[in-house]
Design a protein. Structure first.
Lengths: 523, 310
């Protein structure tokens, strides 16, 4: 990171405080809109997260953090405001659409009011949660059970001749997570699709404040089960920034290998599931089979099908020995050969491409405004990938090639992105195994001590998109706040836009092409 | 003696239809490199459902309660009314192709009503889709029947299969066109690919399954069984009207044996083709289904035209 390059984004700010690769700058509430929209609209820096911390007990205030990434510098710029003796903050949503749901979360969980927000209704917590209890405030104990409340929730209404509503979920026919979708339909075309989530809200953010460090890492693995490794990697990276327990080189390479294996497993599963949802059973069966092959490699290498228990602060717990390395080479080439054959057959199926092309088109402008990330973003030409923009682990030494992009924004584009990423992942694993350096997989066992009054950001390109962890410590070096941000949180609202004007029977296919996490969104 | 054949006719459809479904599922599983369930699994499923408790929505009316019986009965009546293994039988009462087509329509009508009866959104759109498909399929079905009956000169199914449209080769082309038209209708009416996916769990994509989502226990067993019957009947109609090779023309033991064997082999052939289609292509987008049904209609219309010029 070059401090000058980072500072040039904040020419007017005097008191920039560097905390490893994070540039913090305190801004007054009246100026925050100018600073943040300058970074967002003029400098085109990607907004990664907006969150708050409750400083009561130490500083008697709330802090609002606006986390921006600086691509290529592997750095973050974090303007923040202090809310002293007030629970109101200026809403940035009118200027930055992406802030919409972040501000709703802050209002729901901290009880801070975004002044000027167009529709500040509660999010994630349902009608049975009292609207005057704010679970992420420090004065709320995690094990309190508030009295059940009876509120109402108003879905958006579409009225007109022949319009009817289809309520779907929260319990679905397949073995998937719970979530409710409300369709307003004219004949078979979708006029409005409103997802309603929060059914898997588990209070994870609050739990992060109370659990021991080891359990915190375990919890991060369960934020979204299919991204266990990426989530814990993002969390551990942030912790390592705070404690200085840098992982040794071999561990960084192995992290890359495991992360790419996780991507492979999920992309295979998704590619198969997309084909299955069109009724193309051949592809569906093989997608599931390929995923299972990778899951068994996970189990063989780490003892966990989901790569759990591998990441820790300062390294990893499972090595890949020489023998396993050779077997992995053979397995990978076999998997890649099978995959290429399956895709060859799929691409030759006219009936399959007919279903995939032109279905569920997400417009590039909407995707940009909503801050869509990952596979869905790449499918509309948003060329962002945390592995290249913030080269963590060994990604600065192992190339994953160019970021694949498509411009169609339809199911087919998202399908193609996954195929491209599979090829890139296999190549990256090959290269990393080739160059795998010798050495320890854990930093020397010095005590883990975190910096005081500091913040850190961890970012990892999970298979859906970038996973961000924001951590803040108090004046004793204790972790006072962990804010994970799964890519699903940004991509869920875009699903409604992609579904618009499609026929109802195509919705499951569109949904599958996004395949977002309910748990990662609900936290 | 004749009463004995009619008893066999009566039993054959419900006895053999679940086997067809089992065979299709098995072939599909093999195409997906899976072991698959045994081919007698559909019998076990019906047996299992027969012994389960039912849950009936308090909003359901008599239509919901009686529809499974009506639908099942229509398939039994139609099973009796078509030539299966013997064409020397005579059924002047229900053996007419119009009677067969509209007895099925009666079953579809009640199924669609039952889907809407409980007021669930899924049943409603299932019924709406089924009504759309059957309305469009009706023309193709009647016209493909007419292509055959115009050539033979009768609308009685037993007489048609006795005369054997393909037995004189000059009608090969119109007969094949009409058969393809009929086969498309078979796929549409029995809820197979590319119209409907009988194996899906995705409520929003369903047609037939969406209508019967509210059913459970015995009533579900009856509906599933009736759906299997319908498939068997369509397959038997297809092979016996268009390819009546081997069908028993007299009551001799030899002819009957060949008749039964020929029926089984030909229906197995239809099952294989259906399984092959379901394994090798994706389902069509809903709004493209009418195109396919119109193709069926046109093929049969061309077949009628051709048969008149020959």
């Amino acid at each position: 990171m070059n401090q000058q390059n980072v500072q040039q984004h904040l020419p007017k700010e005097k008191n920039i405080k560097f905390c490893d690769n994070v540039a913090m700058v305190e801004v007054s509430a009246s100026r925050i809109e100018e600073v943040v929209s300058g970074l967002y609209n003029n400098n085109h820096l990607p907004l990664k997260l907006i969150t708050a911390t409750d400083e009561n007990g130490e500083n008697e205030c709330f802090n609002m953090w606006y986390i921006f990434g600086v691509p290529k510098e592997n750095a973050f710029i974090v303007p923040y405001i202090r809310l002293q003796k007030t629970t109101e903050f200026p809403s940035l949503t009118p200027r930055i659409h992406e802030a919409w749901n972040y501000e709703r979360v802050i209002q729901t969980f901290f009880g801070l009011t975004p002044v000027g927000h167009p529709d500040p209704k509660p999010i994630l917590l349902h009608e049975n949660w009292p609207t005057d209890i704010f679970p992420l405030r420090k004065n709320f104990a995690w094990d309190t059970r508030p009295k059940e409340s009876r509120g109402t929730y108003a879905f958006q209404k579409v009225e007109g001749e022949g319009i009817y509503e289809i309520p779907v979920g929260p319990i679905h026919a397949g073995i998937i997570e719970p979530g409710h979708f409300r369709f307003s339909v004219a004949g078979e075309s979708i006029v409005l699709l409103e997802p309603r989530l929060g059914f898997t809200h588990k209070g994870s953010e609050k739990l992060f404040e109370t659990l021991s460090l080891d359990d915190k890492i375990r919890l991060s693995e369960k934020i979204s089960g299919d991204s266990s490794f990426s989530h814990s990697l993002a969390f551990c990276q942030a912790l390592e920034r705070l404690s200085g327990n840098t992982a040794p080189k071999r561990a960084e390479y192995l992290r890359l290998i495991y992360a790419e294996l996780e991507r492979l497993a999920n992309h295979f599963g998704d590619i198969g599931a997309i084909m299955l949802d069109t009724g193309f059973n051949f592809g569906g069966a093989h997608g599931a089979r390929l995923r299972e092959m990778v899951m068994r490699i996970h189990e063989r290498l780490t003892g966990s099908r989901f790569l759990r228990g591998v990441n820790t602060v300062g390294g990893i717990t499972r090595d890949i020995n020489h023998e396993e390395k050779e077997i992995l080479f053979i397995d990978l080439s076999k998997i890649l050969k099978d995959f290429s054959e399956v895709i060859g057959i799929a691409e030759n199926s006219a009936s399959l491409s007919n279903r995939l092309k032109g279905t569920g088109v997400l417009s590039a402008q909407i995707a940009k405004d909503r801050g869509v990330v990952g596979v869905a973003g790449k499918a509309v030409g948003i060329q962002h990938d945390a592995r290249i923009d913030y080269p963590y682990s060994a990604y600065n030494e192992i190339s994953i090639g160019n970021i694949p992009i498509e411009h169609g924004g339809d199911v087919y584009a998202r399908f193609r992105i996954r195929i491209e990423e599979v090829h890139a992942s296999v190549k990256a694993i090959h290269d990393a195994l080739d160059k795998l350096p010798e050495g320890n997989i854990m930093a020397s066992d010095k005590d883990i001590i975190f910096k005081k009054n500091a913040i850190a950001v961890g970012i990892v390109e999970g298979w859906r998109g970038d996973i961000v962890y924001f951590i803040a410590t108090d004046s004793n070096g204790r972790i006072k706040r962990v804010a994970p941000r799964d890519p699903s949180f940004l991509n869920w609202p875009a699903l409604g836009d992609a579904g618009f004007d499609n026929v109802v029977p195509d919705f499951p296919l569109i949904n599958k092409s996004f395949n977002l996490s309910y748990s990662g969104n609900d936290l | 003696m004749t009463i004995f054949f009619w008893i066999i006719q009566l039993i054959a459809t419900p006895a053999l239809s679940p086997l067809c479904i089992g065979i299709i599922k098995k072939i599909k599983a093999k195409f997906q490199n899976r072991q698959g369930a045994s081919i007698v699994q559909p019998y076990k499923d019906i047996w299992k459902l027969m012994h389960k408790d039912e849950v009936i929505s308090p909003d359901a009316s008599w239509i919901f309660r009686s529809a499974p019986y009506i639908i099942f009965t229509t398939t039994i009546i139609v099973g009796l009314s078509i030539p299966l293994f013997a064409s020397f039988l005579k059924n002047a009462l229900t053996g007419d192709l119009l009677v067969v087509a509209y007895t099925f329509a009666l079953g579809t009508f009640f199924l669609a009503l039952a889907g809407m009866d409980t007021g669930s959104a899924f049943g409603g759109f299932g019924s709406s889709r089924e009504a759309t498909i059957s309305a469009l399929a009706e023309g193709g079905l009647i016209l493909s029947f007419f292509a055959v009956s115009v050539i033979i000169g009768t609308t009685n199914l037993f007489t048609i299969s006795r005369a054997g449209i393909l037995l004189s080769t000059s009608f090969f082309l119109p007969a094949m066109l009409a058969f393809i038209g009929f086969f498309i209708i078979l796929l549409a009416e029995t809820g197979r690919f590319p119209f409907d996916n009988p194996a899906t769990h995705l409520e929003l994509t369903m047609i037939h399954e969406a209508m019967i989502l509210e059913y459970s226990g015995k009533k579900l067993a009856l509906i599933e069984w009736a759906a299997a019957n319908k498939f068997f009947i369509f397959a038997a109609l297809g092979v016996n009207l268009f390819f009546p090779y081997g069908i028993a023309q007299s009551a001799s033991m030899g002819a009957l044996f060949i008749g039964v064997a020929a029926l089984l082999i030909k229906i197995l052939g239809i099952c294989c083709i259906v399984a092959l289609i379901e394994s090798s292509m994706a389902k069509l987008r809903f709004f493209r289904l009418p195109d396919l049904l119109i193709i069926s209609f046109i093929l049969s219309a061309v077949a009628i035209g051709l048969s008149q010029t020959l």
